[in-house]
Design a protein around this ligand. Sequence first.
Ligand SMILES: Nc1nc2c(ncn2[C@@H]2O[C@H](COP(=O)(O)OP(=O)(O)OP(=O)(O)O)[C@@H](O)[C@H]2O)c(=O)[nH]1
Length: 315
Amino acid sequence: MSSSIINSMVQQLPGGVIVLNSHCKIVYVNKFICRYSELPERELLGKSFFSTFPEVPKAWFNRKIEAVLTQQTPEQISWQQRLYLLKFPRQTVQEHAQRYMAQNCTLMPLRDPNSGELHLCLWIQDVSEQVRYHAQLLFTQQQLKLHERQDSLTGLMNRTFWQQQLTLEIARAERYERPLALLLFNIDRFKAFNDQYSHQQGDMVLQAFAKMIAALLRDNDLFARFAGAEFALILPDTPLVGAIEVANRMKKQLAQQVLLAQHPKLHLTMSIGISVYETATLADALIQQAEQALYQAKCAGRDQTSVYTLAAKAG
Ligand SMILES: Nc1nc2c(ncn2[C@@H]2O[C@H](COP(=O)(O)OP(=O)(O)OP(=O)(O)O)[C@@H](O)[C@H]2O)c(=O)[nH]1
Protein backbone atom coordinates (compact mmCIF):
# COMPACT_ATOMS: atom_id res chain seq x y z
CA MET A 1 0.00 0.00 0.00
CA SER A 2 1.35 3.41 -0.91
CA SER A 3 2.20 5.89 1.83
CA SER A 4 -0.28 8.40 0.35
CA ILE A 5 -3.16 5.97 0.96
CA ILE A 6 -2.00 5.48 4.53
CA ASN A 7 -1.73 9.24 4.97
CA SER A 8 -5.23 9.72 3.59
CA MET A 9 -6.55 7.12 6.04
CA VAL A 10 -4.79 8.69 9.05
CA GLN A 11 -6.05 12.13 8.02
CA GLN A 12 -9.64 10.87 8.18
CA LEU A 13 -9.44 8.96 11.46
CA PRO A 14 -12.13 9.89 13.99
CA GLY A 15 -9.36 10.52 16.55
CA GLY A 16 -6.35 12.83 16.73
CA VAL A 17 -2.84 11.94 15.57
CA ILE A 18 0.20 14.13 16.28
CA VAL A 19 3.81 13.14 15.63
CA LEU A 20 6.60 14.92 17.54
CA ASN A 21 10.29 14.80 16.77
CA SER A 22 12.96 14.37 19.44
CA HIS A 23 12.84 18.15 20.16
CA CYS A 24 9.08 18.02 20.78
CA LYS A 25 8.37 19.88 17.55
CA ILE A 26 5.18 18.93 15.72
CA VAL A 27 6.02 17.17 12.46
CA TYR A 28 2.64 15.67 11.60
CA VAL A 29 -1.03 16.29 12.47
CA ASN A 30 -4.22 14.86 11.06
CA LYS A 31 -7.49 16.70 10.34
CA PHE A 32 -8.99 15.92 13.72
CA ILE A 33 -6.21 17.93 15.45
CA CYS A 34 -6.62 20.87 13.06
CA ARG A 35 -10.37 20.86 13.54
CA TYR A 36 -10.38 20.85 17.34
CA SER A 37 -7.33 23.07 17.87
CA GLU A 38 -8.95 25.42 15.33
CA LEU A 39 -5.54 25.84 13.69
CA PRO A 40 -4.61 25.01 10.09
CA GLU A 41 -1.90 22.43 9.48
CA ARG A 42 0.62 25.09 8.38
CA GLU A 43 0.34 26.85 11.75
CA LEU A 44 0.96 23.62 13.63
CA LEU A 45 3.82 22.01 11.73
CA GLY A 46 7.26 22.91 13.00
CA LYS A 47 5.86 24.48 16.19
CA SER A 48 6.77 23.45 19.71
CA PHE A 49 4.19 21.03 21.13
CA PHE A 50 4.28 22.71 24.56
CA SER A 51 3.81 26.26 23.28
CA THR A 52 0.96 25.14 20.98
CA PHE A 53 -0.75 23.23 23.79
CA PRO A 54 0.25 25.11 26.98
CA GLU A 55 -2.34 23.14 28.98
CA VAL A 56 -0.05 20.07 28.93
CA PRO A 57 2.12 19.96 32.08
CA LYS A 58 5.63 19.99 30.64
CA ALA A 59 7.66 18.11 33.26
CA TRP A 60 5.04 15.36 33.62
CA PHE A 61 4.63 14.88 29.89
CA ASN A 62 8.41 14.90 29.28
CA ARG A 63 8.75 12.04 31.76
CA LYS A 64 6.10 10.09 29.82
CA ILE A 65 7.90 10.74 26.52
CA GLU A 66 11.21 9.65 27.98
CA ALA A 67 9.72 6.41 29.31
CA VAL A 68 8.09 5.60 25.96
CA LEU A 69 11.23 6.34 23.93
CA THR A 70 13.71 4.59 26.19
CA GLN A 71 11.59 1.50 26.83
CA GLN A 72 10.25 1.47 23.26
CA THR A 73 6.77 0.61 24.51
CA PRO A 74 3.49 2.48 24.17
CA GLU A 75 1.91 4.17 27.18
CA GLN A 76 -1.75 5.00 27.91
CA ILE A 77 -3.06 8.09 29.65
CA SER A 78 -6.70 7.34 30.41
CA TRP A 79 -9.38 9.93 31.19
CA GLN A 80 -9.49 8.56 34.74
CA GLN A 81 -5.87 9.70 35.23
CA ARG A 82 -6.33 13.02 33.47
CA LEU A 83 -9.69 14.01 32.01
CA TYR A 84 -8.06 15.46 28.92
CA LEU A 85 -4.56 16.10 27.61
CA LEU A 86 -5.40 18.72 24.97
CA LYS A 87 -8.01 21.32 25.77
CA PHE A 88 -10.41 20.66 22.91
CA PRO A 89 -14.05 21.72 22.92
CA ARG A 90 -16.64 18.95 23.06
CA GLN A 91 -18.31 17.92 19.82
CA THR A 92 -21.83 18.35 21.21
CA VAL A 93 -22.26 20.12 24.49
CA GLN A 94 -25.36 19.17 26.45
CA GLU A 95 -26.60 21.03 29.44
CA HIS A 96 -24.57 20.34 32.62
CA ALA A 97 -22.07 18.34 30.56
CA GLN A 98 -18.29 18.62 30.66
CA ARG A 99 -17.15 21.55 28.46
CA TYR A 100 -13.97 19.94 27.19
CA MET A 101 -13.50 16.71 25.30
CA ALA A 102 -12.59 13.81 27.61
CA GLN A 103 -9.71 11.87 26.11
CA ASN A 104 -7.87 8.59 26.21
CA CYS A 105 -4.35 9.13 24.88
CA THR A 106 -1.80 6.64 23.65
CA LEU A 107 1.87 7.54 23.29
CA MET A 108 3.76 5.35 20.84
CA PRO A 109 7.42 5.28 19.81
CA LEU A 110 7.92 5.73 16.06
CA ARG A 111 11.25 5.35 14.22
CA ASP A 112 11.78 7.09 10.87
CA PRO A 113 12.88 4.24 8.54
CA ASN A 114 15.04 6.62 6.47
CA SER A 115 16.85 8.73 9.07
CA GLY A 116 16.51 6.31 12.00
CA GLU A 117 15.34 9.27 14.16
CA LEU A 118 12.97 8.43 17.01
CA HIS A 119 9.60 10.19 17.05
CA LEU A 120 6.66 10.12 19.36
CA CYS A 121 3.18 9.47 18.02
CA LEU A 122 0.29 10.73 20.07
CA TRP A 123 -3.12 9.18 19.42
CA ILE A 124 -6.09 10.93 20.97
CA GLN A 125 -9.55 9.37 21.31
CA ASP A 126 -12.65 11.33 22.23
CA VAL A 127 -14.30 9.45 25.14
CA SER A 128 -16.69 12.21 26.24
CA GLU A 129 -19.78 10.04 25.75
CA GLN A 130 -18.22 7.22 27.77
CA VAL A 131 -17.45 9.68 30.58
CA ARG A 132 -21.01 11.00 30.46
CA TYR A 133 -22.46 7.47 30.75
CA HIS A 134 -20.08 6.77 33.60
CA ALA A 135 -21.26 9.90 35.47
CA GLN A 136 -24.89 8.93 34.82
CA LEU A 137 -24.26 5.45 36.16
CA LEU A 138 -22.68 6.85 39.34
CA PHE A 139 -25.63 9.21 39.78
CA THR A 140 -28.13 6.34 39.33
CA GLN A 141 -26.22 4.19 41.82
CA GLN A 142 -26.34 7.03 44.35
CA GLN A 143 -30.06 7.49 43.77
CA LEU A 144 -30.66 3.77 44.27
CA LYS A 145 -28.68 3.85 47.49
CA LEU A 146 -30.79 6.74 48.71
CA HIS A 147 -33.92 4.94 47.59
CA GLU A 148 -32.96 1.94 49.69
CA ARG A 149 -32.89 4.15 52.78
CA GLN A 150 -35.56 6.71 52.14
CA ASP A 151 -39.33 6.79 52.23
CA SER A 152 -40.45 8.31 48.94
CA LEU A 153 -43.53 10.14 50.28
CA THR A 154 -42.00 11.95 53.24
CA GLY A 155 -38.27 11.85 52.51
CA LEU A 156 -37.72 10.37 55.99
CA MET A 157 -35.66 7.23 56.47
CA ASN A 158 -37.65 4.09 55.76
CA ARG A 159 -38.41 1.36 58.25
CA THR A 160 -35.68 -1.06 57.12
CA PHE A 161 -32.93 1.51 57.42
CA TRP A 162 -34.35 2.88 60.67
CA GLN A 163 -34.37 -0.62 62.21
CA GLN A 164 -30.71 -1.04 61.27
CA GLN A 165 -30.00 2.26 63.03
CA LEU A 166 -31.94 1.10 66.07
CA THR A 167 -29.71 -1.98 66.41
CA LEU A 168 -26.63 0.26 66.25
CA GLU A 169 -28.07 2.74 68.74
CA ILE A 170 -28.96 -0.04 71.17
CA ALA A 171 -25.40 -1.38 70.95
CA ARG A 172 -24.11 2.14 71.70
CA ALA A 173 -26.50 2.60 74.64
CA GLU A 174 -25.41 -0.77 76.03
CA ARG A 175 -21.68 -0.10 75.61
CA TYR A 176 -21.70 3.41 77.09
CA GLU A 177 -24.52 2.75 79.56
CA ARG A 178 -26.56 5.57 78.05
CA PRO A 179 -30.35 5.89 78.11
CA LEU A 180 -32.38 5.53 74.92
CA ALA A 181 -36.06 6.06 74.20
CA LEU A 182 -38.25 4.94 71.34
CA LEU A 183 -41.51 6.57 70.24
CA LEU A 184 -44.16 5.21 67.87
CA PHE A 185 -46.97 7.55 66.91
CA ASN A 186 -49.66 8.37 64.40
CA ILE A 187 -52.38 10.90 63.71
CA ASP A 188 -55.68 9.93 65.31
CA ARG A 189 -58.54 8.83 63.09
CA PHE A 190 -56.51 9.38 60.00
CA LYS A 191 -58.72 6.98 58.05
CA ALA A 192 -61.62 9.39 58.57
CA PHE A 193 -59.55 12.24 57.14
CA ASN A 194 -58.67 10.15 54.07
CA ASP A 195 -62.28 9.14 53.59
CA GLN A 196 -63.54 12.69 53.91
CA TYR A 197 -60.87 14.60 51.96
CA SER A 198 -59.20 12.02 49.67
CA HIS A 199 -56.10 9.89 49.88
CA GLN A 200 -54.14 12.55 47.99
CA GLN A 201 -54.83 15.17 50.68
CA GLY A 202 -54.02 12.49 53.24
CA ASP A 203 -50.61 12.17 51.62
CA MET A 204 -50.12 15.92 51.92
CA VAL A 205 -51.00 15.76 55.61
CA LEU A 206 -48.46 12.98 56.16
CA GLN A 207 -45.78 15.01 54.38
CA ALA A 208 -46.56 18.18 56.36
CA PHE A 209 -46.72 16.19 59.60
CA ALA A 210 -43.32 14.59 58.94
CA LYS A 211 -41.82 18.01 58.22
CA MET A 212 -43.36 19.53 61.33
CA ILE A 213 -42.05 16.76 63.62
CA ALA A 214 -38.59 16.75 62.02
CA ALA A 215 -38.27 20.46 62.78
CA LEU A 216 -38.74 19.75 66.52
CA LEU A 217 -35.95 17.18 66.80
CA ARG A 218 -32.22 17.16 67.48
CA ASP A 219 -29.76 16.27 64.72
CA ASN A 220 -28.96 12.85 66.14
CA ASP A 221 -32.59 11.81 66.71
CA LEU A 222 -33.62 9.15 64.18
CA PHE A 223 -37.01 9.76 62.66
CA ALA A 224 -38.68 7.38 60.19
CA ARG A 225 -41.91 6.52 58.49
CA PHE A 226 -42.58 3.20 60.15
CA ALA A 227 -45.62 1.93 58.22
CA GLY A 228 -48.51 3.61 56.41
CA ALA A 229 -49.52 6.47 58.64
CA GLU A 230 -47.29 5.42 61.54
CA PHE A 231 -44.02 7.11 62.45
CA ALA A 232 -41.10 6.01 64.62
CA LEU A 233 -38.49 7.96 66.49
CA ILE A 234 -35.30 6.91 68.29
CA LEU A 235 -34.06 9.39 70.87
CA PRO A 236 -30.45 8.48 71.70
CA ASP A 237 -29.07 9.61 75.06
CA THR A 238 -32.58 10.34 76.28
CA PRO A 239 -34.21 9.03 79.48
CA LEU A 240 -37.98 8.65 79.92
CA VAL A 241 -38.45 12.18 81.21
CA GLY A 242 -36.84 13.58 78.06
CA ALA A 243 -38.94 11.35 75.83
CA ILE A 244 -42.15 12.56 77.50
CA GLU A 245 -40.99 16.12 76.99
CA VAL A 246 -40.49 15.47 73.26
CA ALA A 247 -43.91 13.75 73.06
CA ASN A 248 -45.60 16.74 74.70
CA ARG A 249 -43.77 19.13 72.39
CA MET A 250 -44.99 17.20 69.34
CA LYS A 251 -48.60 17.11 70.54
CA LYS A 252 -48.53 20.82 71.37
CA GLN A 253 -47.12 21.70 67.95
CA LEU A 254 -49.76 19.61 66.16
CA ALA A 255 -52.49 21.36 68.15
CA GLN A 256 -51.12 24.80 67.21
CA GLN A 257 -49.89 24.42 63.66
CA VAL A 258 -52.05 24.56 60.55
CA LEU A 259 -50.78 21.57 58.58
CA LEU A 260 -52.58 22.30 55.32
CA ALA A 261 -53.39 25.85 54.27
CA GLN A 262 -56.60 24.63 52.57
CA HIS A 263 -57.88 23.29 55.92
CA PRO A 264 -57.08 26.07 58.41
CA LYS A 265 -59.72 24.89 60.89
CA LEU A 266 -58.74 21.23 60.79
CA HIS A 267 -57.99 19.96 64.28
CA LEU A 268 -55.81 16.88 64.35
CA THR A 269 -54.48 15.02 67.38
CA MET A 270 -51.90 12.29 67.75
CA SER A 271 -51.30 9.26 69.94
CA ILE A 272 -47.86 8.27 71.12
CA GLY A 273 -46.36 5.09 72.57
CA ILE A 274 -43.02 5.23 74.37
CA SER A 275 -40.63 2.48 75.37
CA VAL A 276 -37.28 2.97 77.07
CA TYR A 277 -34.19 0.87 76.69
CA GLU A 278 -33.31 -1.37 79.60
CA THR A 279 -30.14 -3.47 79.65
CA ALA A 280 -30.25 -6.41 77.23
CA THR A 281 -33.51 -5.42 75.55
CA LEU A 282 -33.49 -6.34 71.86
CA ALA A 283 -34.55 -3.96 69.09
CA ASP A 284 -37.66 -5.98 68.19
CA ALA A 285 -38.75 -6.11 71.83
CA LEU A 286 -38.32 -2.36 72.20
CA ILE A 287 -40.48 -1.79 69.12
CA GLN A 288 -43.14 -4.20 70.39
CA GLN A 289 -43.22 -2.41 73.73
CA ALA A 290 -43.72 0.97 72.01
CA GLU A 291 -46.47 -0.60 69.84
CA GLN A 292 -48.23 -1.87 72.95
CA ALA A 293 -47.94 1.56 74.55
CA LEU A 294 -49.39 3.17 71.40
CA TYR A 295 -52.27 0.71 71.51
CA GLN A 296 -52.84 1.69 75.15
CA ALA A 297 -52.91 5.36 74.15
CA LYS A 298 -55.55 4.60 71.51
CA CYS A 299 -57.61 2.56 73.96
CA ALA A 300 -57.40 5.35 76.52
CA GLY A 301 -59.28 7.61 74.12
CA ARG A 302 -56.51 8.89 71.73
CA ASP A 303 -54.69 12.24 71.98
CA GLN A 304 -52.61 10.52 74.67
CA THR A 305 -49.03 9.49 75.42
CA SER A 306 -48.51 6.07 77.00
CA VAL A 307 -45.32 4.63 78.37
CA TYR A 308 -44.72 0.90 78.14
CA THR A 309 -42.83 0.48 81.39
CA LEU A 310 -45.56 2.11 83.40
CA ALA A 311 -48.33 1.27 80.90
CA ALA A 312 -49.97 4.38 82.17
CA LYS A 313 -51.09 7.69 80.75
CA ALA A 314 -48.33 10.28 80.86
CA GLY A 315 -50.12 13.42 79.71
N1 LIG B 1 -53.12 9.21 52.53
C1 LIG B 1 -52.49 8.14 52.98
N2 LIG B 1 -53.09 7.35 53.86
C2 LIG B 1 -52.42 6.28 54.31
C3 LIG B 1 -51.13 5.99 53.90
N3 LIG B 1 -50.72 4.87 54.53
C4 LIG B 1 -51.75 4.48 55.32
N4 LIG B 1 -52.77 5.33 55.20
C5 LIG B 1 -54.09 5.29 55.82
O1 LIG B 1 -53.99 5.62 57.17
C6 LIG B 1 -55.14 5.08 57.82
C7 LIG B 1 -54.73 4.54 59.16
O2 LIG B 1 -55.88 4.08 59.72
P1 LIG B 1 -55.96 3.21 61.02
O3 LIG B 1 -54.61 2.71 61.38
O4 LIG B 1 -57.03 2.18 60.80
O5 LIG B 1 -56.42 4.13 62.11
P2 LIG B 1 -56.96 5.59 62.18
O6 LIG B 1 -58.10 5.80 61.27
O7 LIG B 1 -55.81 6.53 61.96
O8 LIG B 1 -57.45 5.64 63.60
P3 LIG B 1 -56.62 5.46 64.93
O9 LIG B 1 -57.23 4.28 65.61
O10 LIG B 1 -56.84 6.71 65.67
O11 LIG B 1 -55.18 5.22 64.59
C8 LIG B 1 -55.75 4.06 56.88
O12 LIG B 1 -56.92 4.57 56.33
C9 LIG B 1 -54.70 3.92 55.79
O13 LIG B 1 -55.28 3.66 54.53
C10 LIG B 1 -50.51 6.86 52.95
O14 LIG B 1 -49.39 6.69 52.52
N5 LIG B 1 -51.23 7.92 52.54
